[in-house]
Design a binder for this molecule. Sequence first.
Ligand SMILES: [Cu+2]
Length: 326
Amino acid sequence: MSISFSRYVRTAGLVGAFIMTPYLGINAGVVSAETIKAQLGFAPNVPPPIKRTEPANIVVNLTADEWTAPLSDDNNYEFWGFNKSVPGPMIRVMVGDTVEIRMKNNKDSKESHNIDFHAITGPGGGASLLNSEPGQESGGKFKMIIPGIFLYHCATASPSIPEHVANGMYGTIIVEPAGGLKPVDKEFQITESEFYTKEGYSKGDTLEFSYENGLDERPSHVVYNGHASSMVKTPLRAKAGETVRIFFTNPGPNFVDSFQLLEQPFDRVYTEGSLNAPPAENVKVAKVPAGGAVVVEFKVKAGTYTFVDPVKDRQKQGALGLLKVD
Ligand SMILES: [Cu+2]
């Protein structure tokens, strides 16, 4: 999508008090399009496939929050993230849509936050328009021009961009190509990310980010969907004969990830997030670059499937999940 040069900033709660900078009319032609509030998807669930055939104006409400929640069965972590979720909510739109992002930073936040959308064509991926101080709201309108599955993340420089990403400030946006994606039976999202915590902690401690361990690329946790064991305790579910699609995103902040289903190769892999290039077929391990994503599809039989990062030590740190097929 492209930056439309439309921006407003307002104090949270004062909805009417906003400033609109000059609007250059890049979105001319869609002013009469339908306006829809985005239906967001919280991992492992995804927003429903798009049935529309005409572009629309999509309003996406995001919040930036700082809160404490479990990172593993033993420890909490001081997360930063979007909509109090790690990963942040998945957004699903189509090429041609105009997306209005509203980003409200919680009044209790200590930091300013923004959003860099990898789906945006333009400087900073929209981050300069989407910067919000604690208690404030910012926004911008963006025209979706490139299909694919893309990361979005906070890119605030203070105290450091890696800290904002490492603390959980990321999510995924799907931009469906013209004509949409081929229907499947079940869709899920998985995000693999590393957490770098200060050492010397005990069970029950609340963990904090370690800048030094981040620099050394020595994570204490490598997890799916923001928790070291949630995808083992709560497996994905499908039925025998169904085709499953997983949107898999890697916000890093440092590692290139690998995604493997132990029981069988993936039938199709849309490599590096491209949705308008032909998929690779019969892929045993999908590679997911830091800051990137892939889509995998496979037909399942009854039984329990295990998906992992095949880097063995990462499995011990949390990069392991289950899919139960009835
Ligand atoms: Cu941030």
